[in-house]
Design a binder for this molecule. Structure first.
Ligand SMILES: O=C(O)CCC(=O)C(=O)O
Ligand SMILES: [Fe+2]
Length: 750
């Protein structure tokens, strides 16, 4: 027999993994066959190009393996409930009862000989590593079973995305005319992960009811699987063989075995979060509780939200966000963390302590430390990032899809079925003070806008037809009625404010009406010249090229370089002594001031940070001054602008963002005006020239399509801030940053 395997798309040879398999036995139904017989038969058939037989034997191996695993899990479950020892970790009584029970149960399932259950580590590994699918995909393919071959390739590709052979197979399938979306089946999908993924999907859709039911199901399945995983840990150890060269007196043998079993136990929670060969979802179990807490809170089931919040704290007791939730809701001590989470944590703690004790007693120092770090550090920012990751998975964030314009919008720019503006109002209604009068006001503005838009349509003297074949959002033309917010604030001082100005030295530039649309304003004087200068210095010292755009330094245009820094990074740099703490603090404080002003102006009860970014756009030297692109294409901040003019709240948009602000830090560059367009995303209706301390703020939906004109000379710096009304989206890294800064300030004061 030759050891090798062929991909169907090339004649590459892969070392035959099965050459090293050791003979083991397994029994399935009454048809007793060894695993190696099944394999050997499968492989023989493979090389004889007898695809039917090959498939038959391999499928049977998979079935047998699953049957064996399920049986062990079931026996263990059954036998655990037969013993009721209080002190499970020590009780010999418990061992004897359970061992006798297992013996009986397994005998019933597998027949007389316990050796049927033996399976070599190598073979076990190959099952775990799904290597069978490498063979199967080819056998299916040659047997003419296109869909199954695709599914087998897909299954292995998910498990080992770096495997070149499977990558080329998948390329082949994707380009094939017979391929349909429903053929991409993961034959090894884990039910608990499937539920978890559905939960995340529902959560991102803001369908919290659905999210709850998926996450609850995922949790239930997680605990069942975790129990099963531990049962397999108990079942797979071959005493005597591993330690054959060491004298193994009774107690020592038990301890050695027990050590292996406990190591295996403690790996279970991580293994259950495994999505591929190299990656596992971080903090898989705690995340269930975080999302459940948030989803229940959205559904106003605050008791359940609190129980999940407390369950989350069992893993990460210092989480500021959850702690502040419990404080805010005044949750009493009577409310306890979810029971299953308490039990889980308790058991993990006991097992870890016992294993550590064992290592210590035996002087073992070179153990795998990660075993005790199941949930090593909180990556809660990743819950935030999780969405961002999803959001930017398809490349650029918030860039409109390219294509021809084919607008099916009505004159108001709103499509019938997707009225983001109204639904955002619905969402925030209960949060807005003096709701009715405010709504009345918004309705008036909206009506006025409709009228204006209609009138403008008739009066516009510009022809947009040459732009029709260009992607929406990348080019604009000025309307003949473009409103330019003046350079100096004096002309606008008489504007009527919608909410109060909070800070001294600030002056109103323009309110919503003057900015020709709902929910927008511009204010001057939010930062002093010195503050602007310090922040620009901070940006230039600590800013990263392409920050926020996956390191792409030219995310929007090849004519400019984009650099950014977050509050968290600024705080970290200050902690490392690379920046003055006072400047990092200024960044934090100034952004805080902006939030307060936005909240006051729009009369909001609650507003949270989603993301804050200090950014500079620098014109590349000798670049064209006559540019027909934009520094930042026209977009909305919480929906995807499609070529038909619709802006849909869907991934990869940051759908939870409700308000946006830009605090400008300088002038003295060419171009770079902030612009707002009408619903076509082509006609500029409003223009603001940046300058130090000038703040522009607006709602993040499709009612505020905006962008930046090309910066043709110099550097344009600004603080961009996005806010949300959803407490679950409160930016966790910012809370971290505050912690770092507070510590630094205290140190400075000492
Ligand atoms: O810098 C500006 O004026 C606007 C930037 C912007 O709209 C964004 O980053 O989403
Ligand atoms: Fe924006």
């Amino acid at each position: 027999m030759k050891c090798g395997i062929m991909p169907f798309s090339s004649i590459l040879f892969l070392n035959n993994i099965f050459c090293t398999f050791i003979a083991v036995l397994v029994a399935v139904d009454s048809d007793i066959q060894t695993f190696d017989q099944l394999y050997a038969n499968g492989i023989d058939a493979y090389w004889n190009e007898d695809w039917k037989d090959c498939i038959h034997y391999f499928e049977k191996s998979i079935k047998s393996y699953r049957f064996m695993q399920d049986s062990i899990k079931n026996c263990s479950k059954q036998c655990s409930s037969e013993t009721n020892s209080k002190n499970i970790l020590d009780s010999y009584h418990h061992f004897i009862v359970k061992a006798a029970c297992l013996e009986k149960c397994e005998k019933e399932k597998f027949g007389d000989s316990r050796k049927f259950l033996r399976i070599s580590k190598e073979l076990h590994e190959s099952f775990k590593q799904k290597r069978l699918y490498i063979y199967l995909q080819f056998a299916y393919f040659r047997n003419g079973d296109f869909a199954k071959s695709l599914a087998a390739s897909h299954t292995y590709n998910l498990y080992d995305p770096d495997d070149q052979m499977m990558i080329s197979n998948m390329d082949y399938f994707r380009g094939h005319e017979n391929t349909t979306g429903d053929m991409f089946i993961n034959l090894e999908a884990l039910p608990h992960q499937t539920s978890y993924d559905l939960g995340i999907e529902a959560y991102n859709r803001e369908d919290y009811k659905d999210a709850i039911s998926h996450f609850e199901e995922a949790l239930k399945r997680f605990y069942e699987e975790e129990e099963g995983c531990r049962a397999l840990c108990e079942g797979e150890y071959d005493v005597g063989k591993e330690y054959s060269d060491i004298p193994t007196p009774f107690h020592l043998q038990i301890v050695y075995h027990y050590r292996d079993v406990m190591e295996c136990y403690l790996r279970c929670p991580t293994e259950l979060g495994r999505v591929s060969l190299k990656s596992s979802i971080n903090n898989y179990l705690p995340k269930h509780y975080f999302f459940l807490h948030s989803a229940y809170h959205h559904m106003h089931e605050d008791m359940k939200a609190s129980e999940c919040a407390k369950a989350y704290l069992l893993f990460f007791p210092d989480n500021l966000f959850i702690n502040s939730f419990l404080e805010r809701m005044k949750v009493s001590d009577e409310v306890k963390a979810r029971k299953e989470a308490v039990n889980f944590q308790h058991r993990i703690k006991l097992q870890s302590e016992l294993l550590k004790y064992l290592y210590q007693k035996f002087g073992i120092r070179d153990y795998d430390k990660s075993i005790f770090e199941i949930y090593p550090s909180e990556d809660l920012e990743n819950l935030d990032i999780l969405k961002r990751e999803k959001a930017s998975k398809n490349g650029d964030t918030l860039q409109p899809v390219q294509g021809d314009e084919a607008s099916d919008l009505d004159e108001s720019g709103q499509s019938d079925e997707d009225d983001g503006y109204n639904s955002m109002q619905e969402k925030t209604n209960d949060l807005i003070a003096s709701k009715d009068s405010y709504n009345e006001y918004v309705k008036n503005i909206e009506q006025k806008k409709l009228l204006d838009a209609k009138n403008l349509e008739e009066r516009l003297d510009v022809d947009i037809s040459p732009l029709q074949d260009k992607p929406i959002g990348r080019q604009t033309i000025d309307s003949s009625y473009i409103v330019t917010i003046p350079e100096t604030s004096d002309e606008r001082q008489s504007s009527i404010a919608e909410g109060p100005l909070l800070f001294e030295n600030t002056v109103m530039l323009a309110n919503s009406t003057q900015m020709v649309g709902p929910e927008r304003f511009a204010i001057d004087g939010m930062a002093t010249e010195n503050e602007c200068k310090d922040l620009i210095d901070l940006q230039l010292t600590g800013g990263l090229f392409g920050d926020g755009y996956k390191g792409r330094a030219q995310p929007h245009t090849e004519h400019e370089l984009f650099q950014g820094i977050t509050v968290h990074r600024a705080a970290q740099l200050a902690a490392d002594g690379q920046l003055p703490a006072s400047v990092a603090k200024l960044f934090y404080d100034l952004s805080e001031r902006v939030l307060m002003q936005v909240k006051a102006y729009f009369k909001l009860d609650e507003l949270y940070f989603d993301f804050t970014h200090l950014v500079c756009r620098t014109a590349v030297k000798d670049t064209a001054t006559e540019r027909d692109d934009l520094s930042h294409p026209i977009h909305a901040d919480n929906c995807i602008l499609h070529e038909n003019g619709q802006c849909i709240k869907e991934s990869p948009a940051f759908t939870w963002r409700d308000y946006s602000s830009i605090l400008y830090l300088n002038s003295g560059f060419d171009g770079g005006e902030f612009i707002m367009t009408d619903f076509t995303a082509r006609r500029v209706m409003l223009q603001v020239r940046p300058k130090c301390g000038r703040l522009v703020s607006f709602s993040a939906g499709k009612e505020c399509l905006h962008g930046v004109k090309p910066v043709t000379r110099g550097r344009r710096c600004a603080m961009a801030l996005w806010f949300t009304q959803d407490p679950a989206q409160n930016e966790v890294l910012r809370i971290e940053a505050k912690k770092i800064l507070d510590e630094l300030i205290v140190k400075d004061e000492l």
